[in-house]
Design a protein around this ligand. Structure first.
Ligand code: AMP
Ligand code: ZN
Length: 114
Protein backbone atom coordinates (compact mmCIF):
# COMPACT_ATOMS: atom_id res chain seq x y z
CA UNK A 1 0.00 0.00 0.00
CA UNK A 2 1.55 3.21 -1.21
CA UNK A 3 0.88 5.56 1.70
CA UNK A 4 0.63 3.09 4.57
CA UNK A 5 3.16 4.03 7.26
CA UNK A 6 4.12 0.45 8.10
CA UNK A 7 4.35 -0.55 4.43
CA UNK A 8 6.74 2.39 4.05
CA UNK A 9 8.82 0.99 6.93
CA UNK A 10 8.76 -2.40 5.17
CA UNK A 11 10.06 -0.78 1.99
CA UNK A 12 12.85 0.97 3.92
CA UNK A 13 11.46 4.45 3.19
CA UNK A 14 11.11 5.21 6.92
CA UNK A 15 13.73 3.99 9.40
CA UNK A 16 12.83 1.64 12.22
CA UNK A 17 14.75 -0.07 15.00
CA UNK A 18 14.24 -3.62 13.83
CA UNK A 19 14.24 -6.53 16.25
CA UNK A 20 13.40 -9.37 13.88
CA UNK A 21 12.60 -9.93 10.21
CA UNK A 22 11.77 -12.89 8.03
CA UNK A 23 9.87 -13.35 4.79
CA UNK A 24 6.49 -12.80 6.40
CA UNK A 25 6.98 -10.78 9.60
CA UNK A 26 8.79 -7.66 10.82
CA UNK A 27 9.22 -6.65 14.49
CA UNK A 28 10.50 -3.21 15.52
CA UNK A 29 10.57 -0.95 18.55
CA UNK A 30 7.64 1.46 18.93
CA UNK A 31 8.79 5.04 18.28
CA UNK A 32 6.72 6.28 21.25
CA UNK A 33 7.17 3.56 23.88
CA UNK A 34 4.51 3.25 26.60
CA UNK A 35 6.58 0.85 28.72
CA UNK A 36 10.27 -0.07 29.11
CA UNK A 37 9.65 -2.81 26.53
CA UNK A 38 7.33 -1.79 23.68
CA UNK A 39 7.67 -3.27 20.25
CA UNK A 40 5.36 -4.09 17.35
CA UNK A 41 5.03 -7.13 15.11
CA UNK A 42 3.51 -6.72 11.68
CA UNK A 43 2.78 -9.08 8.83
CA UNK A 44 4.51 -8.03 5.63
CA UNK A 45 1.18 -8.55 3.91
CA UNK A 46 -0.88 -5.36 4.14
CA UNK A 47 -3.90 -6.33 6.23
CA UNK A 48 -5.67 -3.17 7.51
CA UNK A 49 -6.77 -4.59 10.86
CA UNK A 50 -7.82 -7.72 12.69
CA UNK A 51 -11.31 -7.19 11.27
CA UNK A 52 -10.00 -7.91 7.76
CA UNK A 53 -8.32 -11.22 8.61
CA UNK A 54 -9.39 -14.15 6.48
CA UNK A 55 -9.00 -17.89 6.86
CA UNK A 56 -5.96 -17.89 4.57
CA UNK A 57 -4.14 -15.70 7.13
CA UNK A 58 -4.49 -18.27 9.94
CA UNK A 59 -1.01 -19.77 9.72
CA UNK A 60 0.61 -16.35 9.28
CA UNK A 61 -1.09 -15.08 12.43
CA UNK A 62 -0.15 -18.22 14.32
CA UNK A 63 3.47 -17.64 13.38
CA UNK A 64 3.20 -13.99 14.37
CA UNK A 65 1.88 -14.93 17.83
CA UNK A 66 4.61 -17.48 18.46
CA UNK A 67 7.22 -14.96 17.31
CA UNK A 68 5.72 -12.42 19.72
CA UNK A 69 6.17 -14.91 22.56
CA UNK A 70 9.76 -15.64 21.52
CA UNK A 71 10.70 -11.96 21.19
CA UNK A 72 8.99 -11.03 24.49
CA UNK A 73 11.22 -13.60 26.20
CA UNK A 74 14.25 -12.31 24.29
CA UNK A 75 13.46 -8.74 25.41
CA UNK A 76 13.37 -9.80 29.08
CA UNK A 77 9.64 -10.35 29.72
CA UNK A 78 9.79 -14.11 30.16
CA UNK A 79 9.46 -14.19 33.94
CA UNK A 80 7.21 -11.21 34.68
CA UNK A 81 5.11 -11.35 31.54
CA UNK A 82 3.86 -8.76 29.11
CA UNK A 83 0.75 -7.45 27.42
CA UNK A 84 -0.07 -8.41 23.84
CA UNK A 85 -2.52 -5.98 22.21
CA UNK A 86 -4.26 -5.59 18.85
CA UNK A 87 -5.93 -2.18 18.67
CA UNK A 88 -8.63 -2.35 16.03
CA UNK A 89 -10.46 0.44 14.21
CA UNK A 90 -11.93 3.53 15.88
CA UNK A 91 -13.14 2.16 19.20
CA UNK A 92 -9.99 0.10 19.56
CA UNK A 93 -7.85 3.21 19.24
CA UNK A 94 -6.06 2.07 16.10
CA UNK A 95 -4.01 4.88 14.52
CA UNK A 96 -2.03 2.97 11.87
CA UNK A 97 -4.19 0.95 9.49
CA UNK A 98 -1.77 -1.95 9.01
CA UNK A 99 -2.40 -4.84 11.40
CA UNK A 100 0.09 -4.80 14.26
CA UNK A 101 0.55 -6.54 17.58
CA UNK A 102 1.84 -4.40 20.44
CA UNK A 103 4.06 -6.14 23.02
CA UNK A 104 4.45 -4.11 26.21
CA UNK A 105 6.41 -5.12 29.28
CA UNK A 106 9.02 -4.19 31.84
CA UNK A 107 6.49 -2.67 34.25
CA UNK A 108 3.07 -3.49 35.71
CA UNK A 109 0.27 -2.47 33.36
CA UNK A 110 -3.09 -1.65 34.92
CA UNK A 111 -6.43 -2.95 33.68
CA UNK A 112 -8.96 -2.01 32.38
CA UNK A 113 -7.77 0.53 29.81
CA UNK A 114 -9.20 4.06 30.08
P1 AMP B 1 -2.04 1.90 17.19
O1 AMP B 1 -2.41 3.16 17.92
O2 AMP B 1 -2.46 0.65 17.87
O3 AMP B 1 -2.46 1.96 15.73
O4 AMP B 1 -0.47 1.84 17.23
C1 AMP B 1 0.38 2.46 16.31
C2 AMP B 1 1.72 2.53 16.96
O5 AMP B 1 2.68 2.81 15.97
C3 AMP B 1 1.84 3.61 18.04
O6 AMP B 1 2.18 3.01 19.29
C4 AMP B 1 2.95 4.52 17.51
O7 AMP B 1 3.78 5.01 18.53
C5 AMP B 1 3.68 3.58 16.57
N1 AMP B 1 4.42 4.23 15.51
C6 AMP B 1 3.99 5.24 14.71
N2 AMP B 1 4.95 5.56 13.83
C7 AMP B 1 6.00 4.75 14.06
C8 AMP B 1 7.29 4.61 13.49
N3 AMP B 1 7.71 5.37 12.46
N4 AMP B 1 8.13 3.67 14.00
C9 AMP B 1 7.73 2.90 15.03
N5 AMP B 1 6.51 2.98 15.61
C10 AMP B 1 5.66 3.90 15.14
ZN1 ZN C 1 0.55 -1.43 5.14
Amino acid sequence: MKDCLFCRILRGEIPARKIYEDGEILAFHDVNPQAPVHFLLIPKKHIPSLMELSAEDASLMGRLLFKAQELAIQEGCGEMGARFVFNCRAHGGQTVDHLHLHVLGGRFLSWPPG
